[in-house]
Design a protein around this ligand. Structure first.
Ligand SMILES: NC(=O)C1=CN([C@@H]2O[C@H](COP(=O)(O)OP(=O)(O)OC[C@H]3O[C@@H](n4cnc5c(N)ncnc54)[C@H](OP(=O)(O)O)[C@@H]3O)[C@@H](O)[C@H]2O)C=CC1
Ligand SMILES: O=C(O)[C@@H]1CCC=N1
Length: 270
């Protein structure tokens, strides 16, 4: 379905780069990808690193691409869409990765008949290990949804959710890599505190997170069951688990996802 499509990114920042890199690694030809980005230095970086077409004007990409991935910050979206104008977006499939902005608001800004798919990806897309959730706007066809799914399946895994759950997805997996990196950093610091060299501590911490996630996904076991298998009676792990419980580790994680979800809701309001 992706064959022969031209995909244009409006905004060439971190997340656009993650998806571009993933798509190229997944076999999408560079000739089918382009990006509109205001910063000349950034355009040069994206052109020389990935061999894709880069443009200063959003209108040029909107004119050339049949599918547009809106990858600007939510705060600049409405101004950007107004500048582009409804005529500049006519007939395009608009895929938004912007946090918070509902499909209805995108349709309102781009033209009420615009076909919109809302996606929340995450930065591990850069290494084809992203987690994305998608939902269609009211004009999107099954083909549009299938195309968007193909794009985000190429850079990791993609699932379909009801739009009312997109803010929770944003708080969990969209922002989630930041929480995981904080956890890895903390594990590494703790290793160093206990005498490990930094490189060894970071390698052990990162591989522990990667391996534990792989074990859970591949066995389909409940996290609590896998935790129990590590935790010997009177052993080391239960001493660590008790310390985490004392310092409200789980409660802190839940509060982080709650706060990020609430912020996503807020970003969606005008
Ligand atoms: N980062 C992440 O982990 C994730 C981000 N997202 C979403 O992806 C979107 C992009 O985020 P992220 O990549 O982190 O942000 P970045 O700031 O890295 O990227 C946004 C890019 O858009 C450019 N830009 C600014 N104004 C315009 C404009 N009017 N027209 C075209 N381009 C413009 C910026 O240029 P300049 O720097 O010069 O202003 C920048 O290069 C956001 O909506 C975010 O919610 C979704 C999932 C995860
Ligand atoms: O922090 C943000 O707003 C974006 C959305 C999800 C991850 N990063």
């Amino acid at each position: 379905m992706l064959k022969g499509r031209t995909i244009g990114f409006i905004g060439g920042g971190n997340m656009a780069e993650a998806v571009i890199k993933g798509l190229l690694a997944g076999g999408v030809p560079a000739g089918g990808l382009m990006v509109a980005e205001p910063m000349a230095e950034r355009r040069e970086f994206l052109r020389s690193t990935y061999g894709i077409g880069t443009y200063a004007a959003n209108g040029e990409v909107a004119a050339k691409a049949d599918t547009l991935i809106m990858s600007v910050k939510p705060q600049v979206f409405r101004g950007m869409a107004a500048e582009l104008g409804e005529s500049g977006l006519e007939g395009k499939l608009v895929i938004s990765i912007m946090a918070g902005i509902p499909t209805g608001a995108i349709e309102e800004a781009c033209g009420t008949s615009t076909r919109v798919i809302r996606v929340m990806p995450n930065t591990p897309a850069l290494v084809l290990a992203g987690a994305s959730a998608l939902c269609p706007g009211k004009n999107a066809t099954d083909n549009d949804l299938a195309l968007a799914r193909e794009i985000f399946d190429l850079v990791g895994t993609a699932c379909l959710v009801d739009e009312k759950l997109m803010d929770a997805v944003t708080g969990l997996s969209g922002s989630g890599p930041a929480y995981v990196f904080m956890f890895i950093e903390a594990l590494s610091d703790a290793g160093v505190k206990n005498g490990l060299p930094r490189d060894v501590a970071t390698q052990l911490a990162a591989q522990t997170v990667l391996g534990s996630a792989k074990l859970l996904l591949e066995t389909g076991s409940h996290a609590a069951v896998l935790k129990e298998k590590v935790t010997s009676p009177g052993g080391t792990t239960i001493a660590g688990v008790a310390a985490l419980e004392r310092d409200s580790f789980r409660s802190a994680v839940i509060a982080a996802v709650d706060a990020a979800t609430a912020r996503s809701v807020e970003l969606g309001k005008k």
